[in-house]
Design a protein around this ligand. Structure first.
Ligand code: PLP
Length: 411
């Protein structure tokens, strides 16, 4: 008799975004005049830039001719894109990553979810808290998380990131096998400096851990001392895998393209203690379960690295970062504490004393007609915060700021 993977049953329903949607719907029904603006969305609003769409149009035409048609491509991605990434994202920053250490995919979420396939079934996982939910949920599915008690998984090590520690997680007290780090961070928008990240690389090297480094928001970095890649840190190639996405970089949320770097130098022991190259395992995993990202989309992604493409992509990122700056300033003017927003499209707002994330969500919805995301939905240490995103239009963001500045915190 067929049986299911019980781990899926253990996984609680993800109520966060459905609850937000229901509350907003009810509010709009009761207040049809209200012009509700969402600062909760994690999706981009600007269209794909011209350099990328032109490259995709040309690729479509090539698919229409017998001489230039492309069928199945390499599972690892086309060399033209892997080489463009190796140069544009690494060599140009003084980092030595070879094209054959880069694996193209249909987005970072898939890779972050699938990477667990190549690690031991009983690997102990550490995550920063609050956290992008994919890291936790995919480990629950794989049976690594233990039991969920009060929203906390017994086998997962949570590393709180709050105002109290300046959003810099403490090194794990119990040594985990896998450490998920996301910088610039979703949801807090905060970053680690080079020396702070170097402590993690050093910790992983001393303890035999692998760092799974999600830098989906790398293009939003504005400050000098914030590393764009974990491989800027000496010795990181032996202990880390890096995940990147074209979604927030170039508006590919609907096109779907990302990549994962597994350096040749990264080795991990098997159960007998023999070191195994993780790149080989990831290659085996991908060639078995994935047939490569679309040719047309990869042509579009490669255009991000052309001179025109990089200027156009920068313009979009700058647009969102202007929104982030305005939001941060508006929130501070209203008398609230605000974090993030300098190197990320996310602004993390501390709720007034004694007000929960959901209570503040209601206040913003009812008094300002604004939608945020309650921080508690991202993990226990997110309680007492809400997340605002900079991905709405400039007009809506300016209007949102006007409303936030008028917010009455005395009631
Ligand atoms: N990593 C983080 C931290 C994200 O916030 C997101 C998307 O919101 C992703 C990965 C997923 O990116 P993709 O669209 O490439 O799957």
């Amino acid at each position: 008799m067929a049986r299911i993977n019980d781990n899926f049953v253990k996984l609680p329903e993800s109520y966060l975004f459905s609850t937000i949607a229901r509350k907003v719907k009810e509010y709009k029904e009761a207040n049809p005049q209200a012009n509700v603006i969402s600062l909760g969305i994690g999706d981009v609003t600007l269209p794909i830039c011209k350099a990328v769409t032109a490259a995709m149009h040309e690729a479509v035409d090539r698919q229409a001719a017998k001489e230039t048609f492309h069928g199945y491509g390499p599972e690892q991605g086309y060399a033209f894109l892997r080489e463009a990434i190796a140069k544009g994202d690494y060599a140009d920053r003084g980092i030595d990553i070879a094209a054959d250490e880069i694996f193209i995919s249909d987005g970072a979420k898939s890779d972050l979810g699938n990477i667990g396939d190549i690690f031991a079934a009983d690997a102990v996982v550490a995550v920063t808290d609050p956290v992008y939910p994919v890291y936790v949920d995919t480990n629950v599915m794989a049976g690594r998380a233990g039991e969920c008690v009060g929203g906390v998984w017994s086998r997962i090590e949570y590393l709180p990131c709050t105002e109290a520690n300046d959003f810099v997680p403490a090194l794990p007290a119990k040594v985990p096998s896998l450490i998920y780090l996301c910088y610039p961070n979703n949801p807090t928008g905060t970053t680690l400096t080079r020396s702070q990240l170097a402590k993690w690389v050093d910790y992983a090297r001393r303890n035999g851990c692998v760092i799974l480094y999600d830098s989906a928001y790398e293009r939003y970095i504005t400050e000098e001392d914030v590393p764009h890649s974990i491989y800027e840190i000496p010795g990181a190639k032996e202990v880390s895998i890096e995940f990147r996405s074209f979604s927030k970089t170039a508006g590919f949320t609907g096109l779907r393209c990302g990549y994962t770097v597994v350096p040749a130098a990264l080795k991990c022991p098997d159960s007998k203690g023999n070191p195994v190259e993780l790149r080989k395992l990831w290659n085996r995993r991908q060639t078995t379960k994935f047939n490569g990202a679309s040719y047309i989309i990869q042509c579009g992604a490669a255009a991000v690295y052309t001179p025109e493409g990089s200027v156009q992509v920068r313009e979009s990122v700058d647009y969102y970062m202007r929104n982030a700056r305005r939001l941060s300033e508006g929130v501070a003017k209203a008398g609230l504490k605000v974090f993030g927003g300098k190197n990320a499209p996310y602004v993390w707002v501390k709720t007034p004393d004694g007000v929960t994330s959901w209570e503040f969500f209601e206040k913003l919805l009812h008094e300002c007609n604004l939608v945020c995301t309650p921080g508690s939905g991202f993990g226990p240490a997110g309680e007492g915060y809400v997340r605002l995103t900079a991905f709405n239009t400039e007009e809506n963001t300016l209007e949102a700021v006007r409303r936030i500045e008028r917010l009455d915190l005395s009631k």
